[in-house]
Design a binder for this molecule. Structure first.
Ligand code: PMP
Length: 361
């Protein structure tokens, strides 16, 4: 039915065609004893940190807004990341800052280069905003093809590094070249950078067209509190800030983020543990018949099967292990994605996968 065919006052007449055509960002809500499907950190923040944040929250008037200008958080983020505080925005998860950035930069006809496959939010928001999506395929081995990223000379080029759901990262030399060649913005989403051990932030001072996005949801174990941040040239940050909602970081999340930054060293031990577990998991998957893991620099591993993945996914779930079925992504028809969990969770996953593969053979 087209808009013209719809009766007056039908609310769908008012929805933009680009929104009607878009597929919603979805996650099938499931629980499982071993839940390793959302790239979360398996290690919670320390109890003492929770106590400090809860105590502060209790003393605050909840009737009052959080700070209008979260200067202390921006200063702390600046010290943590090694970039100027006036070049940083904090947000309700990095998702919100992806939205603010694209609201500020993408309109009808804006050309946005988006690798495929990658985190789906970029394509979804670009379409909703009327931008033109330019799909840049990853290389045959699912690594980044730096020349292909630069070729469209897009207004905005998105690079999730490490990429979700494939796990590969764009090396800094290639990123430097991309920033230098690109006439538009280069957006590097570093949601998983701590697990890769390198960052694009040192390039910010050399490339005013570079934007870096980061999150507290992965290495810093605060996914439930929704905190992310954007780093870029101050003049660009001032513009993106216009598209950010006022009071977007509530006081609880604000205080928790400050507390996590103060303990970033301790939380870094979890990152080292996860990276070691990732390497062990990769080796175990590589040794399994019918399974081909892709090298990962993140806290998850994409693995390809020699058969339809859905029955394997179902058998894992029946054994209490929930991974992510990514077989609906372009080029990943035979793939599942597993987040690195605790040592016990990873062992349970490997046992369940061995059994599932034997049953589904
Ligand atoms: N970017 C990428 C590449 C991601 O994978 C995710 C989380 N799945 C996000 C951003 C969103 O993170 P946040 O929790 O900060 O909104």
């Amino acid at each position: 039915m087209t808009v013209g065919d719809r009766p007056p006052q039908d609310p769908l007449r008012c929805v933009k065609p680009a929104v009607r055509a878009a597929k919603a960002y979805t996650l099938v809500a499931r629980e499982a004893p071993v839940k390793i499907n959302q790239n979360e950190n398996p290690y919670d923040v320390p109890e003492a940190l929770k106590d400090r944040v809860l105590e502060r929250a209790r003393r605050r008037p909840w009737s009052r807004y959080p700070p209008f200008d979260p200067a202390d958080l921006l200063e702390a983020l600046g010290r943590h990341a090694g970039w100027r505080a006036d070049g940083i925005l904090a947000g309700n998860g990095s998702n919100e800052l992806i939205q603010a950035l694209l609201l500020a930069t993408v309109g009808a006809g804006t050309r946005v280069a988006i690798p495929e496959p990658t985190f789906t939010l970029y394509g979804l928001l670009t379409s909703i905003l009327g931008g033109e999506r330019i799909t840049v395929p990853l290389a045959p081995d699912l690594s980044y093809d730096a020349a292909a990223l630069a070729a469209p000379r897009a207004d905005v080029t998105v690079v999730c590094s490490p990429n979700n759901p494939t796990g590969g990262a764009l090396p800094l030399d290639a990123l430097r070249g991309l920033c230098a060649e690109s006439p538009g913005l280069v957006v590097v989403d570093e949601a998983y950078h701590e697990f890769a051990g390198f960052s694009a932030v040192p390039l910010l001072g050399h490339h005013p067209n570079l934007v870096v996005l980061r999150t507290f949801s992965k290495a810093l174990s605060l996914a439930g509190l929704r905190v992310g941040y954007l780093l870029a040239a101050p003049e660009l940050v001032r513009e993106v800030n216009k598209a950010r909602l006022p009071y977007n970081v509530n006081f609880f999340s604000h205080d928790a983020a400050l507390a996590a930054l103060a303990e970033a060293g301790r939380l870094g031990e979890n990152v080292r543990r996860i990276v070691a577990a990732r390497e062990a998991l990769f080796a175990a998957l590589r040794g399994m018949a019918g399974v081909r893991p892709h090298p990962s620099q993140a806290n998850f591993i994409l693995f390809e099967l020699d058969r339809e993945p859905r029955p394997v996914f179902d058998r894992l779930y029946a054994r209490g292990v929930l991974v992510r079925d990514v077989s609906g992504y372009p080029r990943l028809e035979r793939c599942l994605r597993v987040s690195v969990g605790t040592e016990a969770e990873n062992a349970a996953f490997l046992d369940a996968l061995r059994a599932a593969m034997a049953e589904a053979a």
